[in-house]
Write a protein that binds this ligand. Structure first.
Ligand SMILES: [Zn+2]
Length: 187
């Protein structure tokens, strides 16, 4: 079973020997389905020669990082702010217009009121159903986990270790089926 180079940081209940320096540690790095896991001291997690903290928005295979330059972010931000300003301005203009219309309406309403008093009509607002269909809040998956990408060489070692282990298991499974050495039946 293969696994990708993307490890979630977890904390174990009981400390075990660090994979690197054999000091006891409760910090564990585990792949998504815990196909592979290794105990590591926290100090190694800051060592780029061992592992790199994976940024959010990284592709799940963990091999490529989204490369956005700071100046691009600044540009997008600027454009967005400009848009917001325009929106605000348009809103303000609209409000101004509405206010003027309202004033005009009030003037005409006053005249209408005189008429309506005789009729005695009362307008009741129709009840509105609101907020009954609020969307369910969905928690973002594994947002609490810090994710790490192992250094190429370290990951290669992990893969090699798994391959070796798999071969050993296979050899054990196959062993009973292999024809045994001739026993002492033939004298
Ligand atoms: Zn260590």
């Amino acid at each position: 079973m293969s696994f990708t180079n993307l490890y979630n940081k977890r904390t174990a209940g009981t400390p075990k020997a660090c994979w690197v320096c054999l000091k006891p540690t409760t910090t564990v790095l585990a792949t998504i389905n815990t196909v592979d896991f290794l105990y590591t001291c926290d100090s190694h997690l800051t060592d780029r020669g061992f592992a790199t903290l994976s940024s959010v928005g990284e592709s799940s295979d963990g091999t490529r990082k989204l490369d956005i330059k700071p100046e691009e972010i600044a540009k997008v931000k600027e454009e967005w702010e400009e848009k917001q300003k325009q929106k605000q301005k348009q809103k303000a203009d609209k409000e101004k217009e509405e206010e003027e219309q309202k004033k005009e309406k009030e003037e005409s309403d006053k005249k209408d009121d005189e008429k309506q008093k005789d009729e005695g009509t009362s307008k009741s607002p129709s009840p509105k159903l609101s907020g009954s269909l609020s969307p369910l809040a969905t928690p973002s998956p594994s947002a609490t986990h810090q994710r790490f990408i192992l250094h190429r060489d370290i990951f290669a070692m992990r893969l090699a270790e798994h391959r070796k282990r798999r071969q050993t298991t296979q050899a054990k499974e196959l062993a009973p089926r292999l024809p045994g050495a001739p026993r002492g039946d033939v004298i």
